[in-house]
Write a protein that binds this ligand. Sequence first.
Ligand SMILES: [Mg+2]
Length: 232
Amino acid sequence: MPDTRYIVVERHKGEEKRLSWTRYATRAAAEEEADGLFRAAMDHTYGSPRYYGIVEEEVPDKTAEPGIVPCPQPKEPRVKKILYIDMDNVLVDFRSAIPRLDPELVEAYGRHLDDVPGIFALMDPMSQAVASFRELARIYDTYILSTSPWKNPSAWSDKLLWVQRYLGGSAKKRLILTHHKNLNVGDYLIDDRRKHGVPRFCGEHIHFGTKKYPDWPAVIAYLRPGAEQRGQ
Ligand SMILES: [Mg+2]
């Protein structure tokens, strides 16, 4: 069954531009984002106002898919299952950086804000992400599996510094930056998108931000009991 997603669009000088960095699961969440963008734009708009609206998009219902690709089994059962966690819009609140940018940069980069030098140093953690990561890092063999923009070299170092700043020792030497997530062997991958090899990851994709796993408490409620049963 298709799933409805809500996307914020920007209307400026007679043109409509789709702001595609997030597809929201609820209209209310998209409207909140649109309202915030409108208020931010009001502060920096001179003579040509910007307006923000919502459009709907039908996408395949990912939660209805099993999302599990069989992996070759290790000869010995793993003491701890291997868990990968994405950064943008899973651990890291990408949108939190936008109001902190120079409005001229926001205008210049448009839909490619991930290419703004230094933007990844300005982001806050997602709600409850840090505590959730620390808990999962104790009970799973946990790694951060993220993609860094090819055209933004500072993003690569900013992501490392973000992990060191917010996750500290629990993530030491556990950051992997790749455009080919499927090449990592593991049991679980928490990711808000199905790009960069996620559908071919051999293990279970926990699709963050969907109806099934809308936030960190939902993910923890799913992963904690499994680890406890295995005595991790
Ligand atoms: Mg992401």
